[in-house]
Design a protein around this ligand. Structure first.
Ligand SMILES: [Fe+2]
Length: 172
């Protein structure tokens, strides 16, 4: 499957997860839903930083800047996620901070997705062949599978694109 299709589908699912989270009533429901939100975001970051950004860093003039902005946005999003996690541990009478953190997180994620969809993805579609996008899609699918099983984390992917998954696939 085309990697761009996978990314867009993931973005839409995370948008839905954010909307559902927003509608939840009470800290207990939010506390319970947080791991899913957190896992979805972590996987998004892991796949892009591990397997997409290394592929596009030299692809076109200005692509390195887009990759740097992407990484910076991911770092901000991760930080806000951690703050939200902590804020959700406060008693229900003190959930104002969690509300604020969630609003920040949602805004950061939506802006980031919009910039990826409007600036990065059209260039990738233009400059990477369909076959290569399909191959990268397979790498994404394999990495996602490992991440879901807890066998691949962000710390594992600070290696050149695809290497980790290839290695793990050969061993399997
Ligand atoms: Fe991203």
């Amino acid at each position: 499957m085309d990697v761009l299709h996978i990314i867009k589908t993931d973005h839409d699912r995370i948008r839905q997860v954010l909307d559902s989270f927003e509608l939840l009533n009470g800290v207990q429901a939010r506390r319970k839903a947080f791991p899913e939100l957190s896992r979805e975001i972590e996987t998004h970051i892991l796949l892009e930083e591990g397997y997409l950004y290394p592929e596009i860093a030299d692809l076109f003039s200005g692509s390195q800047i887009l990759v740097d902005i992407g990484r910076a946005c991911h770092a901000v999003i991760s930080k806000t996620m951690k703050s939200l996690d902590k804020a959700l541990d406060r008693p229900s009478s003190e959930q104002d901070l969690a509300d604020k953190r969630f609003a920040e997180l949602k805004e950061q994620i939506l802006k980031h997705f919009q910039s990826e969809e409007e600036q990065m993805m059209p260039r990738v579609r233009q400059l990477i062949t369909t076959q290569e996008r399909e191959d990268l899609g397979q790498v994404f699918a394999d990495a996602k599978d490992l991440a879901t099983k807890g066998e691949l984390t962000l710390a594992d992917v600070s290696v050149p694109a695809g290497k980790k998954v290839e290695k793990r696939r050969k061993r399997a």
